[in-house]
Design a protein around this ligand. Structure first.
Ligand SMILES: [Zn+2]
Length: 437
């Protein structure tokens, strides 16, 4: 922010008079599946007005920045949004102002609002355009493609868009690494006939923390797994950890850092707090009143243990038990959730490792295996895990295949097939898998 102020000061001095009180220093366009966000970085808080020209195409949203100079080459802007056909200037109201025109694909009900400066950004003006903004990506399942009888995993790649997450010493953004791991995990899950994955974020854009849990609830996910990479103030700490929701604030430094970092996400990501109905900082106390929360929390804890066991085979673990923190992304009332910190991006070796496809794949497979182990042990009703689950029987004196078939409500043929038996002879102590009927 200091940069912006310095720049503005120099500019005023150069011009001799305060002809321009403000500058547009940068413009970013973030297309997401169901909206596009346009962010203007400004020297000071914006003095603006806007109107639409929707009588006939091209449909235009016109924004006037009063006493503002444009320092951005619009021809060089990266625009992949399906909603914005063109972004250009037009004759301003007066010689000291800037008029920006967005040519839109339709008459879009735009939301225009300022965002105050924070640790990373200066004053901003945000334009949110609702509507499908990116082509359907083949690798991610859509809500319509989800099937009811499969165990559904909502995968949340942390951060995105204006929120880069942690930044490694080599300049690696957490938001990019975790999206790769999330996509690898979704691919592996979607190859499992009993499971399916839904990516809450499938590209480089920000999704509000509450919207992430809301999405997991909407699709009736059996689990929400949020993927992150850790950072610390010094380069030494390393290793992965898995976090679950606690109703109390974290009681160690790492946990408090994680809680604070998560809160910064919505600020950096540009979720306009004033537009949020409910209190962003009071989410825990409210959600905890939900009686189903206890079940979701204990399930999340059990799953986290399975994931830690599998991750320990491919990665160094910073912690060997699930860690507790009060995190907004984990506060769904009925979807068990966990947050996986895949390693420390602030540690040079782990930053390097997290960048490799091999390690990303290994981490994804470990998370998948841990989750799968849990569902195999505790299959949700009606899922393939439940119907294909078999029991184990140890043969005792006097038992025959027909006796067992009758007892377990199955057939001799089914038991023989499941156990690859060529004869009907059983011996005491023999282990048999009994298929469910
Ligand atoms: Zn993170």
């Amino acid at each position: 922010m200091r940069n912006f102020l310095a720049k503005a000061a120099v500019l005023c001095w150069l011009l001799g008079s305060a002809a321009y009180a403000n500058d547009i220093d940068n413009i970013r366009i973030w297309p997401a599946p169901d909206n596009t966000r346009v962010v203007f970085d400004l020297g000071t808080s914006p003095d603006y007005s806007y109107f639409t020209l929707y009588q006939a195409p091209p449909y235009r949203l016109v924004i006037d920045f009063n006493a503002t100079k444009l320092n951005v080459d619009l021809a060089k802007l990266q625009n992949e949004s399906l909603l914005i056909k063109k972004i250009r200037t037009s004759t301003p109201k007066d010689k000291n102002s800037t008029r920006i025109v967005l040519e839109l694909s339709d008459k879009i009900d735009a939301k225009v609002f300022p965002l105050a400066a924070n640790d990373r950004y200066g004053e901003r003006l945000v334009i949110d355009l609702p509507g499908r903004s990116i082509e359907r990506r083949s690798e991610a399942l859509t809500v319509e493609q989800l099937q009811e009888r499969k165990v559904t995993i909502a995968i949340d790649a942390g951060h995105g868009g204006d929120d880069p997450g942690s930044i490694g010493p080599r300049g690696t953004f957490e938001k990019h690494v975790v999206l790769k791991i999330a996509k690898a995990l979704a691919d592996i899950i979607n190859q499992d006939s009993a499971m399916q994955a839904y990516l809450i974020r499938s590209g480089d854009y920000y999704v509000g923390l509450k919207d992430r849990t809301r999405k997991a609830e909407d699709i009736k996910a059996d689990l929400l797994v949020s993927i992150h990479a850790d950072a610390f103030t010094s380069p030494q700490p390393r290793g992965a950890s898995v976090w679950v929701l606690s109703t109390r604030r974290a009681n160690n430094e790492m946990g408090r850092m994680l809680e604070n970092k998560e809160r910064m996400s919505d600020v950096l990501g540009g979720v306009d707090m004033r537009l949020e109905e409910d209190d962003t900082y009071g989410y825990i106390s409210k959600t905890i009143l939900d009686l189903s929360m206890g079940h979701a929390m204990s399930t999340g804890y059990e799953m986290a243990k399975e994931v830690i066991a599998e991750m320990g085979r491919v990665a160094r673990m910073h912690k060997h038990e699930p860690q507790h923190a009060s995190l907004a992304v984990l506060t769904s009332g009925n979807v068990p959730s966990m947050l996986v910190e895949t390693g420390f991006i602030s540690n040079p070796q782990e930053e390097q490792q997290l960048l490799t496809n091999k390690h990303q794949q290994q981490l994804a497979r470990a998370i998948y295996q841990g989750v799968r182990n849990y569902f195999q042990r505790r299959p949700p009703d009606g899922t393939l895990f439940a119907t294909s689950r078999s029991k184990t029987h140890i043969v005792r004196s006097g038992e025959s295949l027909s006796v067992l078939a009758q007892r377990y409500n199955t057939t001799v043929k089914a038991i023989k097939e499941r156990n690859s038996l060529s004869s009907n002879v059983l011996h005491i102590g023999q282990k048999l898998e009994i298929p469910s009927s």
